[in-house]
Design a protein around this ligand. Sequence first.
Ligand code: DLL
Length: 429
Amino acid sequence: MMEAGFFEKPLETASQDELHGLQSERLRQVVRNVSASNDLFRARISERGVSPDEIRSADDVTKLPLMDKDLFRLAYPLKLCCVPVWQIVEMHMSSGSTGTPVVMPYTDSDLHQWGQCMARCYCMAGAEKGDVAQITPSFGLFNGGFGMYHGAREAGLFIVPAGAGNTPRQIRLANDFGARILTGVVSYGVRIMEVLQETGQKLDTVKIGIFGAETFSESMKNKLAAGLNAEVFDIYGMTETGGVGTLGMDCKAHDGTHVWEDHYIVEILEAGSEKAVPDGQEGELVVTSLTRQALPVIRFRTGDLSRILSRKRCACGRTHARIAPITGRVDDMLIFKGVNFFPKQVEQALMQIPGVGSNYQILVDDTDGIREVTVHVEAEPQVTGYMVEKVLKETLGFSPKGDVFPIGKLARQEGKAKRVFFASKGEIK
Ligand code: DLL
């Protein structure tokens, strides 16, 4: 039953005990299914010396082998699929930052599961039946457009499937059709905001912004909320878990991402090890899908860094564990002059400077055996390279060179923004 703010209230507010019971039952089932139907899964579980019968409770998840993106690459295109091909009704694919093709096939029931997770996110943000939702990620192999579409269908929204690009048309569509909800990848939300500022236009009816797929610092989120004049939510998900929204979003309390625990078990492990870290400590997020048919992941190393914020009931009434916004990826960490940092920290620092725009790049050059890091950022004319260097020094403890460009001058990509460029990969001209 749909109630204001909730899509499936009983499940979203179930007690931790009830959730644990549901997870245990579903884990038993999914482990049996993958072992019975897929050679790769079966071999990996048996190599670990585990029999599916030994998996009785959700806590037994730690007995199972871990998987990562490399396994997806080896299994390309469908060797990890656990259903006959005729049951597949849709697929999505991501090439990821490492270029590894990850394929996710869906059965009809998987599309329904995806739609339900995503519909929970819409309702959690305050969407109501009949609201107009404008969807700006591309409709294609990237899961963003279709996931937001399937969820909007479940939630009974009026969908404007605008797809990517053509920002002036996006603004016109939103105003002409009275969009109340605007969705997209973070950098595209920023693009819309910039065009609004350049042209002096407004979004007349948008009240809810749902953005994700990329690093999303608190300051960027606030900037976007101010620029769009909307409440902004940080939505999470990935191809391997079934797409956008499958891993949840923050609620109106904006106190962490609610992970849909009746559908997924999350663990936080020390990066590169099997050791669990205590709640509150940062580590790599590892996910097991409990309710997917075509390709459930078992202990998938996401490469994303986060921590458990709370397992207590949230102010919104939901009981599902909350994780911190993703701070970076295990493989994104940069080291400069002995200091480790993530692109998100650079973003956070830059956004403190009044007049700084939202587009920036980090250039890493190791050509002469000495690492040089330069930060390019778009800003108003009053911002100088010295100001950028000073803020980075104060917040990160080292001084990359800072170069300032007029707003709109740095290259932009369609879809996810690329923030880090390496001379060693020929990415800097
Ligand atoms: O990016 C799904 C998505 C689409 C999420 C639209 C939100 C909005 P992939 O292309 O497979 O799927 O990329 C997944 O993107 O492992 C994270 O590293 C990153 N990511 C996704 N959401 C967030 C977020 C989609 N809210 C990878 N904050 C993930 C930070 C995110 N990083």
